[in-house]
Design a protein around this ligand. Sequence first.
Ligand code: FAD
Length: 285
Amino acid sequence: MARITQLLDAGQTLSFEFSAPRDEAGAERLRQTLARLSLHQPQFMSVTYGAGGTTRGPTRDWVHTIREDFDIEAMPHLTCVAHTRDDVAGIIDDYRSDGIENILALRGDLPQTAESANQAFDTAAELVSFIQERADWDIGVAAHPEGHPMARSREADLTHQAAKLANADFALTQFFYRAEYYEQFVGQLLARGVDTPVIPGVMPPTNVAGIERMSALNNTEFPSEIRERLESANSAAERREIGVDVAVNLGRELLELGAPGLHVYTMNFSRAASEVASALGWPAT
Ligand code: FAD
């Protein structure tokens, strides 16, 4: 197994993101998705974490499954909202005993009604420092090229993101649909002296309502020309073709811009992610 910085040193990486399913039907689908996408020999896969610990066990179990059953490096996400220091220390120790070497450190979002009285960390940057004290791992963080929705200002957001990335080994971005947002963001980081590798996240837009909801939550633009193309489609298959086409064109532009890799958001489905990977030079073998 390998550290993500070593994988990045070897060339542009392909990675896929999954989330722990809620039921047995979802688990069966994810196993099939993993089997299909592993054929593209991605450099790593990542598994999300339910903010507040709702998927604590399942995230760990799926990361273990990917590493053991598919022989692919897997990285757990970890959010710190609503966690005490002891909670996080326990999770880190658990991963250390399982041989984990990479982690994505996040703040996470809790529903506004949820309690977070015992929360030890307010930001992902604080979580990164805590992990660094306890484990010799590669630590990734989230990056928001279009700005975080709760930022006080674009400038405050960039200052925070630059400081967070400067202390991390790599970053994975929120999805976005214009390569220029990535180019500008990386340029703004460089202007602040930060050259941490930023792996862009690519989400094939196959579902208008889903992208609309996530874009509103994450402060990402859903370009009208993409929406109009999707709305003119007559079937789910046609929408998938359009979504793959958009993601392939965006991915190609990002790779040409020198992005260190591509992180494909799969929503636990294999087909669109597989078509994107194949078209961008990572065929199933
Ligand atoms: P932070 O970096 O702590 O903060 C986010 C923003 O808050 C900053 O960009 C900045 O604008 C502001 N801010 C924070 N601290 C300061 C400061 N000191 N000064 C000024 N401004 C500040 N969520 C999950 O629940 N589970 C997951 O598995 C998960 N995976 C993700 C994976 C990726 C690749 C991405 C991009 C997001 C993921 N998220 C996940 C969502 C994430 O938890 C949310 O976007 C959350 O709102 C912010 O997390 P963060 O780690 O970027 O937070």
